[in-house]
Write a protein that binds this ligand. Structure first.
Ligand code: NAD
Length: 498
């Protein structure tokens, strides 16, 4: 992959034409009331563009178009092979626009261009391709009934899907939803975060170019209280698929109950534990993974390994290597391809993360590495790797999702203590164990209350495995064929035979 150089990206950024309109029923348009909101570049701390601010009226328009095309069957009843070809074409078009999409993502979020190019955009494309390839290989079932009946069990698309997504991996997380929802034949209304709407708006036009019928995919930029709420309370949305905070997730469950009981699938927050046993097979690899597990994407990762549990006997040795590894994450200009750590999403969020650092100090944790020391800090949204040691699991920095590059280190002496600490959380998204002992790895994997357990890695995986959490980390799963379950209804057809 060609990462080019800083000048190349600066030049491209200057020449970039940014799509700033909503996409409804196959065409770009301004919001019905003409409202717009500012989208900022968190690295430059300047307004990038003003984007149309969708609201209830725009949502209603998108939902009726989605319903109409769904009932007409242009997409929902089209042969799976046709849906596959269209989604493959969309993936191809995204690949042709790979650099443009990566640049939009970096300008919009402050994540390093290196990562947008290498991870976000290819990951989004892979997701679309994976579900496109799968859709003509998924069969129904015939139930083992008596001879006088034939019972078919089929999966049908549900109807109108609202996908509400956050700002940390805007296009990737959108495509984790679009892939299975569209492949299954649903109509989708995508609402990107108000902090990162640009790539979603851009791919809507590419979807049309790929041949997706009008109304099957609409993209409404706007705020949670506006467009988001209009979707979550809409009586004609059948499924709400969400990635974002646990606070919003709880509200969406209420909205569903207060409206039409739409199915609600939630990928919410996390406070994942990364457990390093003394018999860890490779301390260097574990430390590199622990650092990447919390500092990648500036710590703005739902499954970040925010709580590091280290066996007491190796604590000093491990911390020394971890300290070294943390130094490789130096905040820098996101457009510089050498940069591996960009900016936080905005100044408000940066302030919130800084408040957690203050809370950690106030509660008596030891600030082992202070990310605020970094010179870039003066410009606002930059924060370097931060490590607290001597953290008790009762402290706020160990219990609450910080969503920044702040690691809380706790020690333990027994396997049972490690397990108790790891499970003592409102969340249950991920957990990792580093050990040579196969039995210990299995024992722990079975007892950890987390949707994903990693053994001797942190957050490895691909499209073949489900992603999602236990407890207040959510319900349902993204990725893998299991994600199709969220976007399909099971139908039984019982036929009496003469
Ligand atoms: P957020 O909940 O503030 O916003 C997420 C989305 O919901 C945005 O599009 C927002 O506009 C919308 N929204 C907000 N209030 C709404 C309402 N009342 N009704 C309808 N929509 C509403 O979350 P965020 O700050 O954008 O993202 C960070 C959060 O996302 C973190 O908690 C993180 O853990 C979580 N996340 C989870 C996963 C996962 O897979 N589990 C992945 C990535 C991020």
């Amino acid at each position: 992959m060609d990462f080019h150089d800083l000048q190349y990206w600066q030049q491209r950024a200057r020449a970039l034409e940014i799509e700033n309109r909503l996409f409804i029923n196959g065409r770009y348009q301004q919001a019905a009331d003409g409202a717009q909101f500012a989208v900022e570049d968190p690295a430059g701390q300047r307004e990038l563009v003003r984007v149309a601010q969708g609201d209830e009226h725009d949502v209603n328009q998108a939902v009726s178009a989605a319903r109409e095309v769904f009932e007409r069957g242009d997409w929902s009843q089209s042969p799976p092979a046709k849906r596959k070809a269209t989604l493959m074409k969309l993936a191809d078009l995204m690949e042709q626009h790979h650099e443009e999409l990566a640049l939009l993502e970096t300008l919009d979020t402050g994540k390093p261009i290196r990562h947008s190019l290498r991870d976000d955009i290819p990951g989004a494309i892979r997701s679309l391709r994976w579900y496109a390839e799968a859709i003509d290989k998924v069969y129904g079932e015939i139930a083992p009934t008596a001879q006088d009946a034939l019972a078919l069990i089929e999966r049908e698309p549900v109807g109108v899907v609202a996908a509400i997504v956050p700002w940390n991996f805007p296009l990737l997380l959108a495509c984790w939803k679009l892939g299975p929802a569209l492949a299954a034949g649903n109509s989708v209304i995508l609402k990107p975060s108000e902090k990162s709407p640009l790539t979603a708006l851009r791919i809507a036009g590419l979807a049309k170019e790929a041949g997706l019928p009008d109304g099957v995919l609409s993209v409404i930029a706007g705020f949670g209280q506006g467009a988001g709420q209009a979707l979550s309370r809409h009586p004609d949305v059948d499924v709400l698929t969400f990635t974002g905070s646990t606070r919003t997730a709880k509200q969406l469950l209420k909205d569903s109950g207060d409206s039409n009981m739409k199915r609600v699938w939630l990928e919410a927050g996390g406070k994942s534990a990364n457990i390093i046993f003394a018999d860890c097979p490779d301390l260097h690899k574990a430390a590199a993974n622990a650092a990447a597990g919390i500092f990648y994407n500036q710590g703005q990762v739902c499954i970040a390994g925010t709580r590091l549990l280290v066996e007491e006997s190796i604590k000093d040795e491990f911390l020394a290597i971890l300290h070294e590894q943390a130094q490789t994450f130096r905040p820098g200009n996101p457009l510089d391809p050498e940069t591996v750590m960009g900016t936080l999403i905005d100044a408000d969020h940066c302030e919130k993360v800084n408040e957690y650092i203050a809370a950690g100090l106030a509660e008596g944790a030891n600030l082992y590495l202070d990310g605020r020391d970094h010179p870039q800090g003066e410009h606002g949204s930059y924060l370097g790797p931060t490590i607290f040691t001597e953290v008790r699991n009762s402290m706020r920095i160990a219990r609450e999702e910080i969503f920044g590059p702040v690691l809380a280190v706790t020690t333990f002496t027994t396997e049972q203590e490690a397990l108790t600490l790891a499970n003592d959380s409102d969340y249950g998204l991920g957990a990792a164990i580093w050990t040579r002992d196969l039995s210990k790895a299995h024992r722990m994997s079975r007892r950890l209350k987390a949707g994903l357990v990693f053994v001797n890695n942190y957050n490895d995986g691909d499209m073949t495995v489900p992603f999602g959490g236990y407890k207040q980390s959510g319900n349902g799963r993204d990725k893998s064929l299991h994600a199709m379950e969220k976007f399909t209804e099971l139908k039984t057809i019982w036929i009496s035979l003469e």
